[in-house]
Design a protein around this ligand. Structure first.
Ligand code: SAH
Length: 247
């Protein structure tokens, strides 16, 4: 069974876009996943197929109507039950954990906003998760949807050539990844760290781990605190386990 991506958007031409190339593109051709972009305009009202209206309470911009979104949801029921996700700067931040959860399921339905966004009622009433790809404002949800899909598709079975590269990278264990180096060994007067040429795999692994910790501590205090807390918790469990074994 293919992993099914359904996208509700005012710009269906944007899909698969860049995901039609490279790893994701090959996987699309191979049928590992499907990409169905539905034009929200098709569910618009009246002669002009209006999808939006002015905000209650006043203020700038337009809001996408709940009845239009609901009609689109009903008409594009995938054969299987998939999570519905609205890309929104008001959502919870997308994490690799979410991506793994989505990729492990049968697929996803993505709603891309435009203008000021989507009427809140249809999101609440139809069990739509709200997900943000970062603390900045895009002009529409399409690029965010492509980001989310890219992250999911590369995790589908058989998409990544080397399965291991999915396990070792940033976030999979809560730390940023260590730095990478390749040939030439000396470039523009800069040598790669000696340890990497030592052939001592245990020492290299330890060095990489220290680098990962150092980088995370410097760049991502949020991830670093979480990592430290988890380490403490694991230690407590290990100590508790030993104490029990002593009985
Ligand atoms: N007025 C809104 C922003 C609307 S931007 C607010 O301040 O919250 C228009 C559309 O772009 C949104 O409906 C959403 O679908 C998309 N979008 C913008 N920024 C995004 C982000 N950081 N993550 C995910 N989607 C985003």
């Amino acid at each position: 069974m293919s992993w099914q991506a359904t996208i509700l958007t005012l710009f269906p031409e944007m899909f698969p876009g860049p995901l039609g190339l490279s790893l994701a593109g090959r996987a699309l051709q191979a049928g590992t996943w499907t990409c169905q972009a539905e034009d929200l305009r098709r569910f618009g009202l009246g002669r002009h197929r209006a999808v939006d209206d002015t905000p209650f309470g006043g203020g700038a911009g337009m809001v996408i109507r709940p009845d239009v979104v609901d009609a689109a949801f009903s008409a594009t029921q995938a054969g299987v039950d998939v999570p519905r996700v609205y890309l929104s700067p008001r959502g919870r931040p997308l994490t690799q954990q979410d991506v793994r959860r989505y990729a492990a399921g049968p697929g996803i339905m993505l709603l891309c906003g435009r203008f000021e966004g989507v009427d809140e009622r249809v999101l609440q009433a139809r069990g739509v998760e709200q997900v943000s790809i970062g603390d900045y404002i895009l002009s529409g949800g399409e690029v965010a949807a492509l980001v989310l899909l890219d992250a999911c598709v590369r995790l589908l079975p058989g998409v990544m050539g080397c399965e291991e590269s999915g396990v070792e990278e940033s976030f999979s264990d809560g730390l940023l990844e260590y730095p990478h180096y390749t040939r030439p060994a000396v470039w523009d007067g800069h040598a790669v760290p000696d340890i990497l040429l030592s052939g001592n795999h245990a020492a290299i692994a330890a060095w990489r781990h220290r680098q990962a910790e150092e980088t995370t501590r410097e760049r991502r205090p949020d991830l670093w605190s979480a990592w430290l807390a988890r380490k403490e918790a694991n230690k407590a469990v290990a100590v508790g386990g030993t104490a029990q074994a002593d009985h």
